[in-house]
Design a binder for this molecule. Structure first.
Ligand code: HEC
Length: 322
């Protein structure tokens, strides 16, 4: 009986840990595959190097740089995929082997628990490869420090896979930066600084676009003046008359102005209004460009003769309006 349970324990142990314990044939085969895989990867990347180098000879600069990035990304994706396939194959082999062992055990008359574990349980076990607590005695070393004892567990496969990934990454990294002449840190810094300078320039340009009474200029663009006329007729005519002759509000076609007759004064008065005199603030209703348009339009009324001109108000502004 004792013999049987021993046998069973050892079988279970090897069944689960076949891969990572002492080299088992199929593990060695897998290692070989991985070892062969790395030089192939190297060759692949090296050949890519020469082909892109040739491309840059003919097409030069920008395009080949992009091409390089794309090919490298593809290479990386291929590597990761290959690695994933390897892992899957490894796991399939593992399951296959333990199945075989199970069958062999069944033939030999050793009772095997038909415990079908779920995929996730198996996945978890495969990725951790930790010795179950009941069997920890088997891997207990004689190291003991203040009552803390040391287990001789296998390296967790998830950790090993990450290690393999770093190897792949290091190869890609080395080839890209040291063989293919990828940008150095200093070059990257320069590139980022140029990009930032461009952004600052764009920002400044966008600031300049924001119109107000300090930077507005008369527009002579016909479309803008048309827009201004439209706004004037629909929004302002009630108080200033459609031809600017005035009514509740002052005559805007004469040369007399209460608040100044240049474009900047007009812009300011329209934007902020003179609420106590009945001229509302238009800044919530009109965009700066619209205020500029209507101001420019008002200035075109200078020298025209309205149907019923209101008497002059304010000061004579003799200087030409713009
Ligand atoms: C509800 C009546 C009313 C409406 C609508 C109105 N205004 Fe006026 N506006 C006035 C009054 C009143 C004044 C005189 C303010 C003062 O005496 O300081 C004035 C003054 C002005 C002035 C300054 C004139 C000067 O002599 O310095 C400008 C420019 C002007 N309005 C443009 C506009 C424009 C453009 C619109 C339409 C977007 C508009 N107004 C709509 C009543 C109106």
């Amino acid at each position: 009986m004792k013999y049987l349970t021993d046998k069973l324990t050892s079988f279970r142990k090897n069944g689960i840990h076949a891969l990572t314990g002492n080299p088992v044939p199929h593990e060695r085969a897998m290692k070989n595959v991985i070892l062969k895989f790395i030089p192939v990867l190297f060759l692949f990347l090296a050949s890519m190097n020469t082909s892109t180098a040739q491309a840059s000879d003919t097409s030069g600069g920008f395009l080949s740089e992009n091409l390089l990035e794309v090919t490298l990304t593809i290479a990386l994706v291929v590597c990761v995929l290959a690695l994933m396939v390897l892992i899957v194959v490894l796991n399939v082999l593992k399951t296959f082997l333990s199945k075989q062992k199970e069958e062999a055990a069944a033939k030999a008359g050793i009772p095997v628990q038909a415990g079908q574990e779920s995929f996730w349980v198996r996945f978890y076990k495969n990725f951790n490869d930790a010795v179950p607590i009941e069997e920890e005695r088997d891997v207990l070393t004689d190291h003991e420090y203040d009552g803390i004892r040391e287990l001789d567990n296998n390296l967790p496969p998830w950790w090993k896979y990450m290690f393999y990934l770093t190897i792949v990454f290091s190869v890609v990294y080395m080839v890209y930066y040291h063989v293919m002449d990828g940008p150095s840190s200093a070059e990257k810094y320069e590139m980022e600084m140029t990009a930032a300078a461009l952004q600052i320039e764009n920002y400044k340009a966008s600031l300049a676009i924001s119109l107000d009474e300090t930077n507005v200029e008369v527009s002579e663009d016909a479309a803008v003046l048309d827009q201004g006329k439209e706004i004037f007729v629909s929004q302002c005519a009630a108080c200033h008359a459609a031809d600017g002759g005035g009514g509740v509000g002052p005559n805007l076609a004469d040369a007399y102005w209460i608040h100044g007759g240049d474009i900047k004064s007009l812009f300011a008065v329209i934007k902020n209004g003179v609420p106590e005199k009945g001229m509302i603030s238009w800044k919530a209703l009109l965009a700066p460009e619209q205020i500029q348009a209507v101001s420019s339009y008002i200035l075109t009324l200078q020298g025209t003769t309205p149907q019923a001109p209101k008497e002059p108000q304010g000061d004579l502004v003799e200087t030409p309006v713009n």
